[in-house]
Design a protein around this ligand. Structure first.
Ligand SMILES: Nc1nc2c([nH]c(=O)n2[C@H]2C[C@H](O)[C@@H](COP(=O)(O)OP(=O)(O)OP(=O)(O)O)O2)c(=O)[nH]1
Length: 134
């Protein structure tokens, strides 16, 4: 079972989406910045580390999105936690993905999300983002 943690980063009413590099598992599909939870860390710590690696930014990891956590994917079973996230710095290096987009709630479904990210996207679309925005 693969443990993954991902950040739903909110800024100015928009959400950061990242496109997976073509050669990777799930290549070309869109996801929330994040990655595997390592043995020595909590899912929140994993999010903090991944935001630092991918964007060069400090993040405040807020609460978990109340969505389904377990998924069977073509690559095996996955346990994934999504967290509302606020950036404390704005370097926004955008290094890990092939492409990044800041999407308004109305634009969320303009990109092709990984299957396991779709429940989180649906929840975001129904949420008032103001409380997670700076
Ligand atoms: N980060 C992230 N991964 C997701 C999402 N939805 C989803 O199914 N996944 C899956 C894709 C991958 O199978 C897995 C994340 O693993 P990964 O290989 O990208 O993790 P990583 O960044 O630690 O990768 P690595 O280079 O260290 O191997 O979770 C999502 O919204 N965000």
């Amino acid at each position: 079972m693969l443990k993954v943690a991902a950040s739903v980063i909110v800024k100015d009413g928009k959400i950061l989406a990242a496109r997976r590099k073509a050669e990777r598992i799930g290549g070309g599909y869109w996801e929330f910045p994040g990655g595997k939870v390592e043995a020595n860390e909590t899912p929140k710590q994993a999010c903090q580390r991944e935001v630092l690696e991918e964007l060069g930014d400090e993040a405040e990891i807020l609460e978990r999105l109340k969505v389904k956590r377990h998924y069977q994917t073509p690559y095996g079973s996955l346990e994934i936690d999504f967290f509302w996230t606020r950036l404390k710095t704005f370097n926004l290096k955008h290094v890990a993905a092939s492409e990044y987009r800041w999407l308004t709630k109305e634009e969320l479904w303009d990109v092709d999300w990984l299957e396991a990210s779709k429940p989180a996207v649906s929840l975001i679309a129904q949420t008032n983002l103001e409380k997670y925005d700076e």
